[in-house]
Write a protein that binds this ligand. Structure first.
Ligand code: C5P
Length: 230
């Protein structure tokens, strides 16, 4: 069994469903960390629930704004004591990344700032449509350099780029969404990989949402454990 981190995307706005997910993903065979994103945080009960949540979690808000606004947004989250990971977009630029990291340190020394590079729902064709002239790999590598410079704690990219990022930035904490169990629907994700292939590419953690939380959660967790044991 691999020792790397498994983050579970608790993507629903329904509090009852959130509680069910939290309960059913618990197993003594693997350690999982819940991740809450925009959908839950923006919901009526979302923030309130997280204020008193008793486990460590990742708040995936993908902050992307001018440095002062980004910094103030992070400051507004400081009461969320068990929030141990926060995300910002690399597109916000070096200055934003630096001020966010500095602020995060002041809020809680254990708060890790993970930087989102090119979303796993995009591919080279999508980048061209937006107006980028570099490939996914080139941009992720470039942004990995920026992250290193900023002092932020980790990079969020797809497992397909993990190898090249690891080669150049050996110590960078690499977290990869776009993870599916073999045969599962990829939905809107374009750069996908299985958990075992991702770990082979030396990622530090994987993010899994729909492969685990849709359908029978306990069965899905067992499928993941069986897959990791292969
Ligand atoms: O359901 P699925 O496994 O595709 O969910 C992936 C999760 O990871 C979602 O919560 C999504 O917001 C998040 N995420 C992502 N791509 C990124 C960063 C975060 O899919 N680059």
């Amino acid at each position: 069994m691999r020792k790397n981190k498994i983050f579970i995307a608790c993507d629903t706005s329904n509090l009852r469903e959130i509680k069910k997910i939290i309960k059913q993903i618990q197993t003594n065979k693997i350690k999982v960390i819940p991740k809450f994103g925009l959908q839950f945080f923006y919901s009526k009960n979302g923030r309130k629930f997280l204020e008193s949540f008793k486990k460590d979690f990742w708040l995936d808000l993908k902050i992307n704004d001018i440095p002062q606004t980004a910094l103030s947004a992070l400051d507004s989250l400081k009461d969320l004591k068990r929030c141990k990971y926060i995300t910002v977009h690399a597109n916000g630029g070096l200055k934003m990344l630096k001020v966010i990291k500095k602020k995060a340190k002041l809020i809680n020394r254990d708060l890790k700032v993970l930087v989102v590079t090119i979303l796993t729902s995009l591919n080279n064709k999508s980048l061209k449509e937006i107006g980028y002239t570099k490939s996914v790999e080139q941009l992720v590598l470039k942004q990995a350099g920026l992250i290193k410079k900023s002092g932020c704690d980790g990079i969020v990219c797809s497992a397909q780029e993990a190898k090249i990022v690891k080669k150049k930035y050996k110590k960078l904490f690499i977290v990869t969404p776009g993870i599916r169990l073999p045969g599962d629907n990829t939905n809107d994700q374009l750069r996908v990989m299985t958990p075992n292939d991702a770990f082979k590419n030396k990622v530090s953690g994987i993010v899994m949402g729909r492969s685990l939380i849709k359908g029978n959660i306990k069965k899905n967790i067992q499928r993941l454990i069986d897959h990791l044991n292969q």
